[in-house]
Design a protein around this ligand. Structure first.
Ligand code: NAD
Ligand code: GLY
Length: 357
C-alpha cells in the first residue's frame, strides 16, 4: 500500500492507494476513528458494483452502517439532494462522533463533503473515490460544493476528509468517456509540475488502457502527491492552487458555449491545454517543442486537442464571465516547459487568435 499525507497541521490526513483496498476500508477507517456509525452515500451506478463490499468491510471492523443511494450524474449535485442527505443522516441517528463516507465519483464526493461540513456544524468525512477524476483530483484538497441553477459549485466549503481510500481496481468498470475525462486531469499534473509523470504517460499511453492500468498505482501516486503539495501550500485557493486550472480557462469557455452538452470536461481541458500551449510557444513564452510533446501525448491517449467550431468572440466573452476572472483581469496558467508552469495576469485579449493556432 502506498500512503501520501496531505500535510495540513492538525487537519492532516492520509491517502492510501492499493488494489483491492475496498475490502480493507473498515480496518483502515478503524485506525483513524474509534467505534462509531458510518453513513455511506453513493449513487445508483456505483452501489451495485461496490456498496456491499464497503458495507461488509465496515461492519466486520465494528462500524454500524446506514447507506443511501442517489441517482448518478451532475444534476444530483444540488440543494435538493443536500436536503435529502440531511434527512437521511437524521433518520440514521448520525451524531458528531460518527463518520460520513462518500463512495463514488466527484459528484458524490462534493455533495457528501458539503453535507459533512454542515450537518451538526461538521462531521468527519471519508472519501472512497471510484472515478479517475475523483481519485486524482476531487477527493484531495477539501473543496466540497453543490451547483445552483445559476452555475456550478456556487455553494460550498473547504472541509478536509479524515481519510481517502483509492482502489485503482475500481477504475476497470468506468466507461470510456469517464476514463478519458480523468486522463485529461492526469496529463495536467504532468504538464504543470511533474515531468517524470509526463514521461511515464508518454511511455505507457501507446499500450492503451490496459497498459495504463498496469501502472495506475504509480500514476495515482504522482498525481496525488502533486495535488497534496499544492493544497499544503495554498489550501484556500489564493495563489498556487490556481495552477491546477491549467487549460481550464479555455475549457470552461468551451463548456459554457456548448451548454455542457458537447465536449466532456476532461476533453475540454485537453483542448484548453493544447491550444494555450501552442499559442504561448508560438509567442516564444514556452520552451520550443513543448506543444508537440503535449499534442503527441493527447493523441496517444485519444484526447481531442482542436477547438470545436465556436466563434472566438463567443469564447472570449465566456471567459470574461467566468467566475474565476477578476473584473477585467484573467489569470491564466502558462507552461515554461513540460513540468513547470507560471501564473500570468492578463485579460481576454491574451486569447486573440486562439482559433487559428
Ligand atoms: P461522477 O461522480 O458523475 O461520476 C461519473 C460517472 O461514473 C457517474 O455516472 C458514476 O455513477 C459513474 N461511476 C463512478 N464510479 C464508477 C466506477 N468505478 N465504475 C463505473 N461507473 C462509475 O463524475 P466525476 O467525473 O467523478 O466528477 C465530476 C464532478 O467532480 C463535478 O461535479 C466536478 O465539479 C467535481 N470536481 C470537484 C473537484 C474538487 O476539488 N472538489 C475537482 C474536480 C472536479
Ligand atoms: N480542482 C481544483 C482544486 O482542487 O483546486
Amino acid at each position: 500500500m502506498q500512503t501520501i499525507t496531505v500535510a495540513l497541521g492538525e487537519r492532516s490526513y492520509p491517502i492510501h492507494i492499493e488494489n483491492g483496498l475496498l475490502d480493507r476500508a473498515g480496518a483502515l477507517l478503524a485506525e483513524q476513528v474509534g467505534p462509531c456509525a458510518a453513513a455511506i452515500v453513493t449513487d445508483d451506478n456505483v452501489a451495485p458494483l461496490y456498496l456491499r463490499r464497503v458495507e461488509e468491510s465496515l461492519q466486520a471492523a465494528g462500524f454500524r452502517t446506514a447507506s443511501v443511494v442517489l441517482p448518478h450524474g451532475e444534476p444530483t449535485k444540488c440543494l435538493d439532494s443536500l436536503s435529502r442527505l440531511y434527512t437521511f443522516l437524521c433518520e440514521a441517528h448520525i451524531t458528531r462522533r460518527d463518520v460520513i463516507v462518500a463512495l463514488g465519483g466527484g459528484v458524490i464526493g462534493d455533495l457528501t463533503g458539503l453535507a459533512a461540513a454542515t450537518y451538526l456544524r461538521g462531521v468527519r468525512f471519508v472519501q472512497i473515490p471510484t472515478t479517475l477524476l475523483a481519485q486524482v483530483d476531487s477527493s484531495v484538497g477539501g473543496k466540497v460544493a453543490v451547483d445552483l441553477p445559476q452555475g456550478k459549485n456556487l455553494v460550498g466549503a473547504f472541509w478536509q476528509p479524515t481519510l481517502v481510500l483509492c482502489d485503482p481496481e475500481t477504475l476497470r468498470t468506468l466507461t470510456g468517456a469517464y476514463w478519458r475525462d480523468g486522463l485529461g486531469e492526469v496529463v495536467k499534473y504532468g504538464c504543470i509540475s511533474d515531468a517524470p509523470l509526463f514521461a511515464l504517460l508518454e511511455r505507457t499511453a501507446p499500450g492503451g488502457r490496459e497498459a495504463l492500468m498496469g501502472v495506475m498505482d504509480e500514476i495515482l501516486r504522482h498525481c496525488i502527491e502533486a495535488k497534496a503539495e499544492v493544497v499544503r501550500q495554498d489550501e484556500r485557493d489564493t495563489g498556487l492552487r490556481m495552477t491546477l486550472n491549467f487549460g481550464h480557462t479555455i475549457a470552461h469557455a468551451v463548456e459554457t458555449c456548448q451548454h455542457y452538452t458537447g465536449l466532456r470536461h476532461g476533453e475540454a481541458v485537453a483542448v484548453g491545454m493544447s491550444v494555450i500551449t501552442r499559442m504561448t510557444e508560438q509567442r516564444g513564452e514556452t520552451a520550443p517543442g513543448t506543444a508537440g510533446r503535449l499534442d503527441g501525448l493527447l493523441d496517444a491517449l485519444g484526447l481531442p486537442r482542436q477547438l470545436p467550431g465556436i466563434p472566438e468572440t463567443a469564447l472570449r466573452q465566456a471567459m470574461g464571465l467566468d467566475k474565476k476572472s477578476l473584473g477585467d483581469c484573467l489569470r491564466v496558467i502558462v507552461l515554461d516547459e513540460i513540468g513547470r508552469c507560471r501564473i500570468q495576469e492578463t485579460n481576454t485579449a491574451f486569447f486573440e487568435g486562439m482559433s487559428g493556432v
